[in-house]
Design a protein around this ligand. Sequence first.
Ligand SMILES: *Cc1c(COP(=O)(O)O)cnc(C)c1O
Length: 467
Amino acid sequence: MEYVSTRGSQGASIDFEGATLAGLASDGGLYVPREWPRLTGTEIAAMRGLPYPELAARVMEPFVGDSLAPDRLRALCEEAYGRFAHAAVTPLVQLDERHWLLELFHGPTLAFKDVALQLLGLLFEEFLGRNGGKLTIVGATSGDTGSAAIDAVAGREGVEIFMLHPHGRISDVQRRQMTSVLAPNVHNIAIDGSFDDAQAFVKRMFGDPELTGRFHIGAVNSINWARLMAQVVYYFAAALQLGAPDRRVAFSVPTGNFGDVFAGYVAHRMGLPIEQLIVATNVNDILHRALSQGDYSAAAVTPTAAPSMDIQVSSNFERLLYDAGGRNAAALADQMRQFEASKATRLTNSQRESIAALFTSARAEPADMTAAMRWAREACGELIDPHSAIALHAARASDLSADVPIVTLATAHPAKFRDAVERATGQRPSLPARIGDLFAREERYAELPGDYAAVRDFIAARATPAR
Ligand SMILES: *Cc1c(COP(=O)(O)O)cnc(C)c1O
């Protein structure tokens, strides 16, 4: 399988290993497979009842190509998904006769990002081990991504991670999930400043010759193709349980950076009969405006109870615009340059038509989110987190015909957002046993001033040169 950049010429391409280690393409675009692999109905039906790691290996095999032998891919899936606290890995829970909840939060850090990052950590180790290279991951976090990334690479050979967080501005649970990981390749840095300051430092590092000259600087955000690929699997898992390929299924997805719902689009392109993908947003509704009116324009971010959906720019939307525009990389590069310069662009009519054939969108107000949490608790006995509640609201407001089951993706464990869940339902979720001793664990992190040179020098003194 070859990968091309959404902004590049169709001529230049790299393989799966190259796309995994590169993250962003050098022309600023995102890597996508040159064509979508297609499965027949018979091939999909033959996947029914497989254990999750086996299903994962079969769904991902066409994307991995020659970069990994099939047995090796299967072994990595078994290792990654063996660390989940539920034997089904992503269990499907029934809410009522039509609504289902796909629980994606049984990984080590209680967020759906574990599903992809646990595998990504192993892929980094595997590929770096082949050529003896060393990767230095730098990142900034306001909470969830940092802990999932740290857990995924802790103790892995060839990888070091430096994770910046704003000192005193994340919750105790979020901080402890990162700072209590004591593996020597994990470096937590609390900086004196805001999340935006931390993120600006990280962006600057990618262009700083003092770092890029000596180190292979890498990223773990969701622009990495391997992360999206790993997320395609649970769409298959859920649809197969509900009768695919003989029955069509819809999904409602709490959306921020458009990675999770794009994985659903990939499953559809592979032949999984998906009736509709519902893009659920909170009041930070750039995607809802883009999908319903063609208006892709960024506004100021409003902080909400669902912080992972508080976004201005949805990086992976570029991948959908590329396909919807007939894979015209030059036209897309112009459209994205316009968006980057003026923070606004319009979708073309053909992009809108092509997208509307599969996608719809909904925006949830805070009161809609609260009502969905209450309904899940009172009618179904389920506690759900604010992100999942926004998608459940969108699913219940859907006008699809009643014979199509709708699966709502549950992206965080309710205990990660205990205060918001308690405010809405009156019940405080308890931390699962596997992280129940979080507050008794030793913590380790460096405190640095909000000064770029201080942070850069700290990293340069500790990272391992590229080779
Ligand atoms: C990251 C995240 C999301 C958004 O996922 P995207 O792939 O960025 O659209 C939703 N819910 C939770 C809990 C998350 O951590």
